[in-house]
Ligand binder design. Structure first.
Ligand code: NZQ
Ligand code: ZN
Length: 388
């Protein structure tokens, strides 16, 4: 049975080749001082920066910049951004980049006027903001996280070796997001496939939990089938607009809160992945792919019915004459073969993890209880070890 819920998604989306024009409709709604937030410079190389600056100037904005947001943005960078946003008297934050830039901008939007240490308040105590929030919008250049239409913000504290995500309420969602699939054409293949697996894993995290009959599982299976189909095309031809646009749209739906409504969710692969990220600074999607097979094989017996359904409905396994376990295991085999085919990282060693890091990794892994099996510290260690 579906649980009770209230559903609202306040982010307005502009999608397609002309999506950037949406800025002309949105920018006049906000004050004059715009803090433009971006990463390590990809937007300067591919020309997106120039296009955005022109629109900001055409709209009479005073543009201030906060550049150099790194993948897996840190508390140190956040502290620097707070100073910049304050000195700019920022009325609006425009994030131009991937999930890291978008997540960081959300964190900044609730930190500039925060009276306490934002890390402790938002990422340790998971409190909602009680200060004035600076509104933010996003121009997305990397597909995967869903940050463009959700309240998620993942920040890394290097000193504490913790990478933690806070899912903020609707007040922190981007006011709008600009999604032009062509803006993702310059992504290196490594980032593209990491993003594809991030999308896939977001769907898994919400699908592999609960035995109820619910609409979400059917939506999830449809999203997964579309993703697999389009990813196969995009890996062969990264400039295929149709495939890249479908992947972009799937990413948004995979984590814009819809499929989680009224049902339990897992999120344990992300807890493993965030721990790996905190210790290695590896690419998010690859931290998930590297631990997934060990984790899903371990929980399969506890969610057998769902794993068998997954095998048939997502991977096209023929169940005839086979036991439920055989069907479920065949599904995971098909998934593993596909992951290898598209070029995902399938072990932690490749991400720089060594055996002497296992205790630290276990310590940095939060335990979620919504999945088919709640893992204890020993089992968490085993999953990491099996993933080396
Ligand atoms: O910094 P620049 O130079 O822009 O380069 C970036 C970065 O090196 C590059 N890139 C982005 N767009 C590009 C491009 N290169 C060429 N052409 C383009 N069009 O790609 C690299 C990775 O970017 P990043 O933003 O780090 O990737 P992603 O979008 O995967 O974001 C990862 C972060 O999001 C968090 C992750 O934990 C990680 O910190 N997540 C956020 C979530 C959310 N808000 O709901 C959920 C996710 O599960 C995830 O945890
Ligand atoms: Zn993710």
């Amino acid at each position: 049975m579906l649980g009770n819920f209230t559903y609202c998604n306040p982010t307005k989306l502009y999608f397609g080749k002309e999506a950037l024009d949406g800025l002309n409709a949105e920018l006049p709604k906000y004050g004059k001082n715009v803090l433009l937030v971006y990463g390590g410079g990809s937007i300067k190389k591919n020309g997106i920066y120039d296009k955005v600056i022109k629109i900001l100037k055409d709209n009479g904005k005073n543009v201030f910049e906060d550049a150099g947001v790194m993948p897996n943005p840190t508390t140190e960078k956040l502290a620097e951004g707070i100073v910049r946003a304050k000195s700019a008297k920022a009325d609006f934050i425009l994030a131009v980049g991937g999930g890291s830039v978008c997540d960081y901008s959300k964190a900044l939007s609730v930190s500039v006027n925060c009276k306490e240490d934002p890390w402790d308040k938002y990422f340790i105590r998971f409190e909602e903001p009680d200060c004035k929030i600076i509104p933010m919008g996003c121009v997305l250049t990397m597909v995967g996280t869903g940050s463009e239409m959700n309240g998620g913000s993942v920040i890394t504290n290097n000193g504490q070796k913790l990478k933690i995500g806070h899912v903020f309420d609707y007040s922190v969602f981007p006011k709008f997001s600009v999604l032009n699939p062509e803006f993702t054409f310059t992504l290196p293949k490594y980032q593209m496939v990491a993003g594809i697996y991030d999308i896939m894993c977001h769907i898994y995290e919400q699908y592999f939990s609960g035995e109820d009959d619910n609409t979400s599982d059917y939506i999830s299976e449809g999203l997964l089938r579309s993703l697999i189909h389009s990813a196969d095309i995009a890996v062969e031809n990264p400039l295929d607009y149709e495939a890249r646009s479908n992947i972009m749209w799937t990413a948004t739906w995979a984590l814009n809160t819809l499929v989680a409504m009224g049902k339990s969710t897992d999120w344990m692969v992300h807890m493993f992945g965030q721990s790996v990220g905190a210790h290695t600074n590896a690419t998010h999607g690859m931290t998930l792919s590297a631990v997934s097979m060990a984790y899903y094989r371990r929980i399969l017996p506890y969610g057998l019915k769902k794993f068998a359904r997954f095998a048939v409905n997502v991977w096209g396994v023929n169940p005839e004459g086979k036991s439920q376990t055989e069907v479920a295991e065949e599904g995971l085999k098909a998934m593993e073969a596909w992951m290898k085919k598209i070029g995902l990282v399938m072990n932690l060693t490749e991400l720089g993890v060594t055996e002497d890091m296992l205790d630290g990794l276990v310590k940095s892994t939060a335990v979620k209880t919504g999945g088919y099996k709640v893992l204890d510290a020993k089992e968490i260690r085993e999953v990491f070890k099996e993933s080396l």
